[in-house]
Design a protein around this ligand. Structure first.
Ligand SMILES: Cc1cc2nc3c(=O)[nH]c(=O)nc-3n(C[C@H](O)[C@H](O)[C@H](O)COP(=O)(O)OP(=O)(O)OC[C@H]3O[C@@H](n4cnc5c(N)ncnc54)[C@H](O)[C@@H]3O)c2cc1C
Length: 438
């Protein structure tokens, strides 16, 4: 398909955000009698799902300490639940178990979930947590965990299938998705609005608005708009931290063991919730070798051909070569030992699983903002950025909110993620989690 000369709405990137925005925008335009999918073109340099959305572990949860994240996530889970089949969503729930240092965070998160009507339960006390986990998994053996947040909503989705589901929905609304169309720059009008998007296939004039959803390529697109590499950040105490890098990269480490997926089931044979464990207990391999005696954490879920999951990501210094994505990801060679030892630490059924680790390229790079939270905002008068700071496969509902904003409505769910927060100090609270995304 060739590049049209112009389009009212141009969306850059066919990952979860670009496609969700395209679909919801097309539906909204039709509902308002203001057009439809024929007014929306998505430009994708490779193919739908070629970025982070196509390799995400697919965990969908609401375990966020920040009120704004939690409320936004509830809206996203609503979208996942609206069509589990098309989105390949598995509503198995999610469990976070942690040590004493995380008790206050998880309790606060649980109390907020109760207030906003997100179904979950909180268990505290070492023996109570142990009993809760043993009720689900009789061979549970991780000790010293004193808090458990069991979300009865959420779960996980199959990454490629959910992207395909969204693509199908957008296309059935009449949206055009152009593959192999790489955006290389923008043409500016008098008031800093973008009048045309430049691509390797020529230029496309913009009638109304542009939405940028470039995933890990956020910094490249940021630069194309002439936005600065560093920014000043006002902290909630009023201090200003000068020249913080706007973008940093982390390598996300993930992997899987090839086992019969049914070996990871609950005591009654049911589908297991996604499990996330953080602990300060020393971690040993099955052979008794110390892996770490510092706080560590892993997450894992049942997958189609085994058990899949990950651990804390690793920060990357300086620039990153992203293409070909995700092949350039530099994963810690010790990750398989650590992750398999950690699986075995949690449940006896995983003892001896290290030889079953699948030797394949795994994980990917994510781009993070100056405070590790998304920026959802106008970057130019008619250019809206969906820059999720790598939180966002689960954020399938952001596109629905963006569609409202494009129509001129206010979104109270996206407002806390405005770029201005770095200047005003209206930042999100930080939890005790070792992860940059909690
Ligand atoms: C290994 C890994 C595991 C993850 N696991 C989870 C998880 O379990 N749960 C969760 O919620 N999140 C997870 N994430 C984060 C999540 O995947 C991302 O936040 C989310 O997928 C980003 O979606 P996106 O649509 O913004 O970007 P992407 O899916 O990366 O899509 C961006 C698209 O834009 C295209 N593009 C880029 N530049 C251009 C250009 N110049 N011109 C045209 N097209 C362009 C790319 O080819 C790409 O297809 C994970 C991330 C990684 C890397």
């Amino acid at each position: 398909m060739t590049l049209p000369k112009s389009s009212p709405y141009v969306i850059v990137g066919a990952g979860i955000h670009g496609l969700s925005t395209a679909y919801h925008l097309a539906k909204d335009l039709r509902a308002r009698g203001a057009g439809g999918g024929a007014d929306v073109v998505v430009l994708e340099k490779t193919e739908p799902g070629a970025g982070a959305s196509g390799i995400a572990c697919g965990v969908v949860r609401n375990n966020y300490f920040q009120p704004a994240m939690s409320e936004l996530m509830q809206a996203c889970v609503e979208v996942w639940e609206s069509d589990p089949e098309a989105y390949a969503f598995n509503p198995v729930g999610y469990i976070a178990v942690g040590p004493a240092v995380q008790e206050s965070d998880l309790t606060e998160t649980f109390e907020r979930q109760e207030r906003i009507g997100y179904r979950s339960e909180l268990v505290t006390g070492a023996s109570e947590v142990d009993a809760h986990m043993k009720g689900l998994f009789p061979d549970w053996r991780a000790q010293g965990l004193t808090v458990c947040l069991h979300e009865h909503q959420g779960g996980f989705a199959f990454n490629r299938e959910s992207v395909a589901g969204l693509l199908g929905k957008a296309q059935s609304e009449g949206v055009t998705v152009l593959t192999g169309a790489e955006v290389t720059g923008f043409e500016d009008g008098a008031d800093e609005s973008v009048t045309a998007v430049l691509t390797n296939q020529g230029r496309i004039e913009v009638g109304e608005q542009v939405v940028l959803a470039p995933g890990p390529w956020a910094k490249q697109v940021w630069r194309m708009l002439g936005l600065p590499d560093t920014i000043d950040v006002r902290t909630p105490s009023g201090d200003v931290v000068k020249d913080r890098p706007m973008w940093t990269y982390w390598n996300l480490q993930e992997g899987e063991i090839t086992v019969d997926p049914m070996m990871f089931a609950t005591a009654d044979g049911g589908a297991p919730p996604v499990i996330h464990v953080d602990t300060d207990a020393p971690l040993h391999t099955d052979e008794g070798e110390l892996v770490t005696d510092e706080l560590w954490g892993i997450y894992f879920k049942r997958d189609r051909h085994g058990v899949q999951g990950g651990a804390s990501p690793l920060v990357v210094d300086g620039e990153v070569e992203l293409d070909p994505y995700p092949a350039t990801t530099d994963v810690d060679p010790d990750f398989p030992d650590m992750w398999c030892a950690a699986l075995s630490h949690t449940m006896a059924r995983f003892e001896g699983c290290r030889p079953l680790y699948k030797q394949a390229r795994s994980g990917g790079v994510g781009a993070f903002t100056a405070d590790n939270f998304p920026v959802f905002d106008y970057l130019r008068p008619n250019v809206y950025g969906v820059l999720d700071s790598n939180h966002g496969y689960k954020m399938i509902g952001v596109g629905r909110e963006v569609a409202k904003v494009l129509a001129g409505e206010h979104s109270s769910l996206l407002y806390p993620f405005r770029f201005e927060r770095f200047e005003t100090g209206d930042l999100h609270p930080v939890s005790h989690s070792p992860y940059p995304w909690s």
